[in-house]
Design a protein around this ligand. Sequence first.
Ligand SMILES: [Zn+2]
Length: 583
Amino acid sequence: MADPIRYDVDLTDRLHHLVRVTVHVPADLSPGGEVVLSVWTPGSYVVRDYVHHVQWIRALDAQGAEVALTPSGGTAWTLPATADGPVAVTLELYANDLTVRTNHVDDHHALLIPAATFPFVRGGEDRTHLVHLPPSPAGHVVHSLLPAAGPDEPDTYLAAHRDHLIDSAFEVGALPTIDFEVADVPHRFVWAGHGGAPDLARIARDTTAIADAAIDLFDVGLPTERYTILCVGADEGGGGLEHRDGTVLQMPVRTFQDDALYARFQSLVAHEYLHLWNVKRLVPAALVQPVYEAPTRSESLWVAEGWTAYYDELLPTRAGIWTPRQLLDTLGATHQRVTEDPGHRLQSLRQASYEAWIKHYVRDENSPNVMTDYYGHGSLVAFELDLRLRAADPDADGLDAVFRLLWQRHADTPEGYTEADVLDAIATVGDDELAALADRRVGTPGPPALGDDLLAAVGLAWEDQGGPATPELGVRASDSGEGVVLTHVLRDGPAWRAGLTGGDRLVAVGGRTVGRGQLDVTLRAHPPGEPVEVTVTRASRLLSVPVTLDTPRPRRRLTAAGNAPSAAQEAFRRWSGAAWSSI
Ligand SMILES: [Zn+2]
């Protein structure tokens, strides 16, 4: 048997955000051998150049003599052809970037993302990988998405191969933790935020309910032997990254005291949990064997992420922890957001997926004009397909059945699934016409069709939301301590036509200053169709331009259709898991 690839992790200088990692290159791979640091991590499709964080790197042979390392390709180092015996290559990494795809190490905790941490050994990718990471003093415990190597290898974690290691994560600290079981499979939740007082029992209860709903969806049992949720805290924002046997989440620290944020947390748990099936085992063809030294592009993120995003709203409802109102409001808000972005008429979903590396993950003030969001837009296409399938056969399971068929045909296969495979599964569960429609929806720019005629399949309809209508300026604005900033100016809208641009700071409308939280009420004082003077600062310049506001956009929400027949009410229950009468 070939020697495994071994790593030692040293966290003794964590106060300075420093991690030292030693990779032991086995004797048979050391002459002319190469160690390579990944440039991206699976699930987050952008080149991050983790090599940026390397402070120094050195290599020693078994006798402790220095071995020369030659940089190659910017993110790799080569050993001399004369290297003899095993070589220990040590890197010091600076780790002070707290996200779900980067390392963060301090006195409180250590989050280690393997792609950013463990250089792999060329030619040794298929070997067993062992990570030795002893617990730190002060009661700091190591939580890993990898299993323990066993009693003969204390404080060591075992990956079957390089890709398994990269698809894991480590969290170290004296952290609030709860262990629980779902379908006899051990689950663990670890909270790595400062404070925040998470209700661990509630989190375990909710995760269990979500997991049960996901298991029901695929109907093939739980495809993992253990599942670990590592959750770090942020000031604002959040997100998650899926892994083979767990996930890393980030949520604001106040999440557990804020109902709206907690609902987002539940939805995020559902999203990442569904990835256990969709993405981690049912894999787009291009992502089965990704290259870690360059972008790996896929056209199928509208299924991998878009369909998952659709279910991260449905699953909490089916689990009984979201109300139907929460589900419908979230779907309605997604529809509003996606169809307001001019980019959805320029970029197709397939293109959005392929260009994730250069558009979705590289945003600027012009992004809504040139790109569509394959999460939100993809979830709306999933919704339309689901409604059409349920309209055609109200006693069947809609899109759930397509997922199950894809799973039967393509889960854990060496080739994954292609775009043609997805369309074929849609044709099998629905018909050729539906597959052709799906192909058009993802292949050409434009919105999905979600009219009342289709919504009627599950007893739903759009209704006017009422409330004060705000004349349309055609911007996205942030409202912070810096005042109102036009973060994005939507193409061909009123602000765009007047020559305003993303980044302009709003000073006044109609000669009156606009303070925090005052944009909408200020606009309501000015009728659409008449020019109003808008004053902004752009860098050091002060500019005033006449802007003609548009009529307010309709504000609609999804609700129960007044005259829904009992068959549609029953279809709603089959779809959402909740009674139609509870909307
Ligand atoms: Zn996802």
